[in-house]
Design a protein around this ligand. Structure first.
Ligand SMILES: Cc1ncc(COP(=O)(O)O)c(C=O)c1O
Length: 376
């Protein structure tokens, strides 16, 4: 796969799949390569195992390339929540986070506080619109605050934070810990404002679960104690017995044990495909598809609660229909896969979402609107 069109053509899932913010059906290349890697592992030959083991370094290199970072500062994690645990459990001081965050952020801040006997102190903010803006953060700042933990793109509202503006709000001395699960690989962001970035492969990268990463900048490593450091995170290059080596002076300190090499391979291929297609091109097509979803919702009189401004959104369109349950049922009956939660219906297309999926959405909402009219 080399061109953007090749990438778009690789979306071979059924039309009507509009749930990329929850799970990304595995891409053909990820499927092919994981079968090949599994065959190599089945042989048991040391050379075959070593070949699959190379996936770890490949994944680190590719993630680093997309982040504009150093590969040695990228760790592979089994979930983005694991990455956030490494970042948050080792802090000392106040951590600003929104109560409305995905629990990988909020619950982890809380657990870090409990485990550290309040050395980590949550500074909860509850912005009215759920948006973590520089103003909302500035209001919560005081001398004890050492970090802000935030989702780059909110899983519910679809709001994309301005990382550079958040950095400016917290100043140069506090850590900016970013959950990039809903943006990495589809938004051409400048992550240099952040100190820690976590993400995973099972949504927008189409790489399946277990394929997460955490990037820890040199500054983050200076300030975060590697309290969850495990047997792969020490100064010892290999196995150690009868000694208890100190945590490594590198990002490796934020690892527990050997990564799953099959997961590393899936992550490497998922990121490689995105790199080859170009994140900017992916973002541009995603923007168009999100524009279309918003236009369809508007045309059928369904309220859009997620941001309309292109720079404030990514791939999530949140609808606030008058009858959410009935809308969710109508979409499911039409074979459209979305996330319906409470009063909201979340629609998440990808760059490779086909015209047929968007037409199906249009047709279903038209029929849904007419039903309301008839039964009223
Ligand atoms: C913003 C955000 N962060 C974290 C997660 C969970 O990530 P993981 O399963 O890798 O821990 C999700 C899952 O939907 C999410 O939307």
């Amino acid at each position: 796969m080399s061109t953007f069109q090749d990438y778009v053509d690789s979306f071979d899932n059924e039309s009507g799949y509009l749930n990329w913010a929850a799970f990304g059906p595995l891409s053909p290349s990820v499927r092919e390569e994981v079968f090949a890697d599994a065959d190599l592992l089945a042989s048991g030959r040391p050379s075959s195992l070593a070949l699959v083991g190379e996936r770890i370094g490949q994944a680190q290199e590719l993630v680093a390339e997309l982040l504009g970072a150093d590969a040695a500062d990228v760790t592979l994690q089994s979930s983005s929540t694991h990455g956030l645990m490494h970042a948050l459990f080792g802090l000392t001081g106040g951590v600003i986070a929104s109560t409305a965050e995905f629990p990988s952020v909020s619950l982890t801040v809380e657990r870090a506080s409990t485990a550290s006997q309040c050395a980590v102190t949550p500074r909860w903010i509850t912005p009215g619109d759920g948006r973590v803006t520089p103003d909302a953060v500035t209001d919560a700042l005081d001398d004890d605050v050492v970090a802000l933990a935030v989702s780059h793109v909110d899983f519910r509202t679809g709001f994309r934070t301005d990382l550079a503006a958040l950095r400016e709000a917290i100043g140069p001395d506090r850590l900016l810990i970013v959950d990039a699960v809903q943006s990495f690989g589809v938004i051409d962001a400048d992550y240099s404002a952040a100190d820690v970035v976590v993400g995973h492969g099972y949504k927008w990268l189409r790489a399946g679960r277990g394929s997460a990463f955490g990037w820890f900048s040199p500054r983050a490593r200076e300030r975060i104690a590697p309290v969850l450091s495990g047997i792969t995170g020490t100064t010892s290059p290999g196995l150690f017995v009868d000694e208890l080596p100190a945590p490594a002076p590198s990002a490796r300190a934020f690892t527990v044990s050997q990564p799953d090499t099959l997961a590393a391979g899936r992550l490497a291929i998922g990121v490689r495909d995105v790199r080859d297609a170009g994140v900017a091109a992916i973002e541009a097509r995603l923007v168009e598809n999100v524009d279309t979803v918003i236009e369809i919702a508007d045309r059928h009189g369904i309220e859009v609660s997620s941001p309309r401004e292109r720079h404030q959104r990514a791939g999530i369109v949140s609808l606030a229909p008058a009858e959410p349950g009935r809308l969710a049922a109508a979409l499911a009956n039409a074979g459209i896969v979305v996330t319906a939660r409470g009063a909201a219906v979340r629609i998440a297309p990808h760059a490779g979402t086909d015209a047929a999926s968007l037409e199906l959405l249009d047709d279903t909402l038209r029929a849904f609107g007419n039903e309301t009219f008839i039964s009223a």
